[in-house]
Design a binder for this molecule. Structure first.
Ligand SMILES: [Zn+2]
Length: 325
């Protein structure tokens, strides 16, 4: 099971667990099932195994690891104060070096860590903002109003129901890299309605990720369409087609390839092209696009758009390659 989980294959891990002659009193088995369901973002099922694993945990390292999983489960179920309690208790458990690091990571992601002690919190209708204390009042004001405005505009399109307000962290760092979270900003964990942002990001990109996700939490996402939505709704004033044409000049692209095999394509190329393409599809037919947003695969697009899909792609490509007037 652990091997499959390391490869980010929770379904495979669950199958292995179910097929094995498992011992119903094994901490490890319950822990691994909990981890697998967390990986699938299926927090309801994860919770069942969390509770059993907790009862079966005797050693400190076991308690530490099940805490790391239960923080995610509780937060994902919207039990924020329970998640926070687990976090506070877990800090006192002498775990392993890795479990300590993981605990720290989730504490920072969710805003539980002490480093946020002197951050400023501002709440709007749909967003709870967390500002690093070096950000000016003027900047805070403009971020709060532009992001709430972005939320209203984007959600007037998707009409999603989010389970909680978005927790929107704004870091004031010298570069995109965030050493506390060990990754580049910004990013969104839509299943938790959490975004970690730079001060100079677009107003809508990260918010669009949470809103799209909650239109249908079981949606099938592909990078090309998912990032395309975030770019199209970023609320920047630039014309998306013009930006796409500019990048396409030096890097002529195949839409099918980007769509079906877009994982490794550099964002400087994929983002502008996908943003323009999403705009093109929305202009063509809004309702069809909303359907596509819930299952973003090329195969599903064939079902939604039928014979029109090939024409749509070739028309878009023609426009992409046409000279600017
Ligand atoms: Zn994005």
């Amino acid at each position: 099971m652990m091997e499959a989980l390391k490869l980010n294959q929770p379904d495979k891990a669950i199958k292995i667990g179910q097929d094995s002659n498992n011992d119903s009193n094994s901490f490890e088995m319950h822990f691994l099932f909990a981890k697998a369901y967390n990986q699938k973002k299926d927090y309801k099922n994860a919770e069942l195994f969390i509770e059993k694993a907790k009862v079966l945990s005797n050693e400190n390292w076991q308690k530490a690891w099940i805490s790391v999983e239960s923080i995610q489960t509780y937060y994902g179920l919207g039990k924020i104060s329970e998640a926070k309690n687990v976090y506070e208790e877990a800090k006192a458990i002498p775990g392993t070096k890795n479990s300590d690091n993981e605990l720290k990571y989730w504490g920072i992601l969710f805003g539980f860590d002490e480093l946020y002690k002197d951050w400023k919190t501002v709440e709007s209708k749909n967003i709870i903002f967390h500002f690093q204390n070096t950000i000016s009042e003027e900047n805070i004001k403009s971020i709060v109003s532009s992001r709430q405005d972005a939320f209203d505009k984007i959600n007037s399109f998707f009409k999603s129901e989010l389970p909680k307000k978005i927790d929107y962290f704004v870091w004031d760092l010298p570069s995109n890299f965030n050493p506390h979270l060990n990754k580049n900003l910004g990013f969104t964990n839509p299943e938790f309605c959490i975004s970690h942002n730079r001060t100079n990001q677009s107003a809508g990109h990260e918010i669009a990720h949470s809103i799209t996700h909650w239109r249908n939490p079981n949606s099938l996402k592909l990078r090309f369409i998912n990032e395309g939505i975030a770019v199209y709704f970023d609320q920047n004033k630039n014309d998306k087609m013009t930006s796409a044409k500019e990048i396409n000049l030096s890097n002529p692209v195949s839409i099918q390839k980007m769509w079906q095999d877009g994982k490794e394509i550099d964002e400087s190329l994929l983002y502008p092209i996908s943003g323009a393409f999403v705009g093109f599809l929305i202009k063509y037919d809004k309702d069809k696009f909303l359907q596509l947003s819930e299952n973003q695969t090329y195969e599903n697009a064939k079902i939604i758009y039928g014979d029109q899909l090939d024409d749509l792609i070739s028309n878009f490509t023609k426009e992409l390659n046409s000279k600017n007037k």
